[in-house]
Design a protein around this ligand. Structure first.
Ligand SMILES: Cc1cc2nc3c(=O)[nH]c(=O)nc-3n(C[C@H](O)[C@H](O)[C@H](O)COP(=O)(O)OP(=O)(O)OC[C@H]3O[C@@H](n4cnc5c(N)ncnc54)[C@H](O)[C@@H]3O)c2cc1C
Length: 397
């Protein structure tokens, strides 16, 4: 029997969460043709079955996305003698937008004329800020209470999802959209330079959206939900970066009578990637110091006059910024299988074939899944639901 949440799942519901916006954007680029006819003419797919079982779960992690309805905070603030350039609040898009967002922050920091700059935080935004400062000719020290793999960024899904819970649609002003598109393009281009490296920090994978009903492959979610919508920006603003999707009908894939749509997604193997960023930062002369700040007044002890604040969700406590809303996300990690390099989305669950440990995740009904939930206690039942939903695809429908 299906989990109640899995019944009547429309397209946006199925795709909500990491990767969702990208897949939605890809679908919307297609003309409205009969899914069944086009699906049946596609070539056969040979997909190696997953060895997915709850006994193979290695870890269940929980983390909160730092969501702000108005988008990330990127302004400059004077605190005592220090100039603080903010670079936090990237929701479910922190890895994806990191290079573009940090470029913006670094430009702001460099216009002060200072060439010795501190970065507070060593997650996706702190590491990219630090590296970009060095590349711009500054001296940079990262101060952080935790380093990878003990930062929240290490608990992300690992997909390029640049508009995932980035802001509310009603707050996406033209100026914000322009800045977002610049950040997304810059990040995307930087990621291309990280493909094909030892350890595969970044790679493209095929991902299959699986449905029992062909109309779900392209049906829009109902507008009955009156809550403010999360912004979906990709198709409108960076459509040229989204590869076309392809459809597959029953008989040409291993999932019985179901319907599949294939997309190409960029994936981050976060362990290798974060390690590469740390190594590059140190190799280019960057320094890292462990330090915890309890209030912004603590910045007085730093020798640098200019700081980039990349504390992520930590900014909520450090700056008392209650505009940061926690959006809970839980990953069930699993022993990876080297011959599997495709992802799946099925019945509100995603599977991402990370080489540094598979990721299974209930992504919920929509982007409100986990909204305003700061609980970080792992839910084993949710983890097993995620694994069993995907494992069930390989049993006869
Ligand atoms: C379940 C889940 C899945 C996600 N999936 C994706 C995805 O697929 N793709 C994507 O792009 N994004 C994804 N995200 C979002 C992404 O993980 C975040 O946007 C990103 O990690 C934010 O990075 P950050 O550097 O701002 O913060 P963090 O990673 O939290 O780093 C903050 C740093 O600041 C330090 N710090 C904080 N407070 C203090 C303090 N008071 N004193 C000293 N140091 C401090 C911390 O120790 C740490 O070093 C996901 C998030 C979650 C929760």
């Amino acid at each position: 029997m299906n989990h109640p949440q899995q019944e009547q799942i429309g397209r946006r519901r199925l795709l909500a969460g990491a990767g969702a916006a990208l897949l939605v954007a890809a679908v919307d680029g297609c003309s409205v043709l009969d899914a069944q006819r086009r699906a049946a003419s596609a070539p056969a797919l040979n997909l190696t079955p997953l060895r997915a079982g709850t006994d193979r779960i290695t870890q269940v992690t929980v983390c909160t996305r730092p969501f702000r309805a108005q988008g990330p905070r990127l302004d400059v603030e004077q605190i005592g003698q220090k100039t603080v350039v903010h670079n936090y609040g990237h929701g479910g898009s922190g890895w994806s937008l990191s290079w573009g967002s940090s470029s913006f922050a670094v430009r702001q920091a460099m216009t002060t004329g200072e060439r010795e700059i501190a970065v507070i935080g060593c997650g996706a935004l702190g590491l990219t800020s630090g590296l970009l400062l060095l590349r711009a000719g500054a001296r940079a020290t990262i101060y952080a209470k935790d380093l990878p793999p003990n930062v929240r960024s290490s608990l992300a899904t690992g997909l390029w999802t640049p508009d995932s819970r980035i802001c509310l649609e009603e707050q996406a002003t033209p100026a914000f959209k322009q800045m977002w598109a610049t950040m997304a393009r810059q990040s995307f281009q930087t990621y291309q330079s990280l493909l094909g490296l030892p350890g595969n920090p970044v790679e493209f994978i095929d991902s299959y959206f699986v449905s029992d009903d062909p109309s779900n492959l392209r049906r829009r979610n109902s507008s009955a939900d009156t809550r403010p919508k999360f912004a979906e920006l990709q198709r409108e603003l960076i459509g040229e970066l989204i590869p076309k999707s392809e459809e597959f009908g029953p008989g040409v894939h291993p999932f019985g009578k179901r319907y599949l749509r294939r997309n190409s997604l960029m994936m981050f193997n976060i362990s290798a990637y974060a390690r590469l960023l740390m190594q590059d930062f140190v190799a280019y002369g960057g320094k890292i110091e462990i330090a915890e700040f309890h209030t912004p007044a603590d910045f007085v002890k730093l020798r640098e006059k200019v700081l980039i604040n990349a504390t992520g969700y930590g900014a909520r406590a450090l700056f008392g910024d209650e505009s940061i809303v926690p959006v809970r996300g839980q990953l069930a990690r699993m022993i990876p299988q080297p011959d599997v390099n495709y992802g799946l989305f099925y019945k509100g669950v995603s599977f991402v074939p990370r080489r540094d440990g598979w990721v299974f995740q209930v992504i919920g009904d929509d982007d409100y899944y986990g909204y305003n939930d700061a609980a970080v206690v792992p839910d084993r039942a949710e983890a097993e639901l995620a694994v069993n939903t995907i494992a069930g695809l390989y049993r006869p429908a």
